[in-house]
Design a protein around this ligand. Structure first.
Ligand code: GFB
Length: 323
């Protein structure tokens, strides 16, 4: 892949796609291909086939999908499985039909069993039951990995899969009913500070542990893998470090609103107790993340402040809000 390659970033407006696009633009890529939702419905095989025939991408970053946090996953399971299964299948198939040189598919760490031993190695896949709050999404993601492997086996396609941990950064979703925890905490602390109230409600017990990777580090890893990795199966992408949701909330509070008082709403689900990735495989290839969590929270809050008006926000959190 070089500056003249025809590179399709499927999902270029999302958190991950926008980071990859930013990075490739920064490297001087001249032939980036993108298609907005209104232009191309990635769930429609005929439309995707037509688009690939017309645009002939050589490299594909398949980072499009319907995504969301624990609440969105548990309340909209049909959308999460239907949209993602179709998007993965249509793009992988078109990439095969039109002889794409290489495709990178992006999964998620929720593919691993709920009780997988920690840190979770790549070979823990399909060794136990999934976390129920996101099982439909995880099944679609597992199908995506299997698709890439099947096309590699039957047709020799160079399709690879990367499994990132929980992500955050610029262009994240700050809308409280669908966002992930980190942007939700930034938003909740910000709203409380702006409204002049102290209480900030955190969902669940605060004891689950999560690992967080800045999306610019993920974009770096994806481009690294696109250039240097051509093996079936999948490779974990993370930092190798995790913390409790309570510790995360304290870090966000320190950055956004040190006077806030954190309350915990036990009626909300905790989800998986822990999801730390084993990143040995990626480390052996020579990749390491660069952005610390503290630095990433600060820059993401700054991004939120700078883009407040265009960011995905939805209604603000209000006193005693438990959503
Ligand atoms: O980020 P999150 O929604 O996703 O939640 P998962 C992580 C943890 O933070 C859970 C807690 O224990 C939540 O209960 N939490 C505390 C909050 N306060 C909040 C809040 O205000 N908003 C949110 N969203 N969480 C998702 C999966 O799991 O992670 C997806 O549902 C995907 O399938 C994604 O894998 C990366 O880490 O629990």
């Amino acid at each position: 892949m070089n500056r003249l390659s025809r590179v399709f970033v499927a999902g270029h407006r999302g958190l991950v796609g926008s980071a990859i696009t930013r990075r490739l633009h920064g490297e001087g890529f001249e032939n980036l291909l993108m298609a907005g939702r209104e232009q191309l419905d990635l769930r429609d095989q005929a439309a995707v086939t037509y688009w690939f025939r017309a645009n002939r991408p050589e490299y594909v970053f398949l980072v499009a999908g319907t995504v969301g946090g624990i609440l969105a996953n548990s309340t909209r399971p049909a959308e999460f499985i239907y949209d993602n299964m179709l998007i993965h299948a249509t793009v992988v198939h078109a990439a095969h039909v039109f002889g794409v040189t290489k495709l990178l598919y992006l999964g998620s760490s929720c593919i691993y069993p709920r009780e997988a031993s920690q840190p979770m190695r790549e070979d823990a896949l399909l060794t136990g039951a999934l976390e129920p709050t996101n099982a439909p999404y995880a099944v679609a993601k597992i199908a995506g990995i299997t698709l890439c492997d099947a096309y590699r086996k039957q047709y020799g396609s160079d399709f690879i899969s990367a499994m990132p941990t929980n992500l955050y950064g610029p262009n994240d979703n700050f809308e409280l009913t669908s966002s992930h925890v980190l942007p939700a905490l930034i938003r909740k602390c910000h709203d409380a500070r702006t409204a002049g109230r102290r209480d900030v409600t955190i969902w669940g017990s605060g004891s689950p542990k999560r690992e967080f990777l800045h999306v610019d580090d993920l974009a770096d890893a994806c481009i690294f893998l696109m250039r240097r990795y051509s093996v079936g199966g999948h490779v974990n992408v993370g930092t190798g470090e995790d913390l409790t949701i309570r510790e995360l909330a304290e870090m966000v509070r320190a950055e956004v609103y040190p006077e806030a008082e954190l309350l915990f709403d036990a009626s909300k689900p905790d989800g998986a107790p822990r999801k730390l990735l084993d990143i040995g495989r990626l480390r052996d290839l020579g990749w390491h993340h660069r952005i610390s969590l503290r630095e990433g929270i600060a820059s993401t809050y700054q991004w939120f402040l700078d883009h407040h008006h265009e960011a995905r926000l939805g209604p603000s959190s209000s006193p005693g809000d438990k959503s």
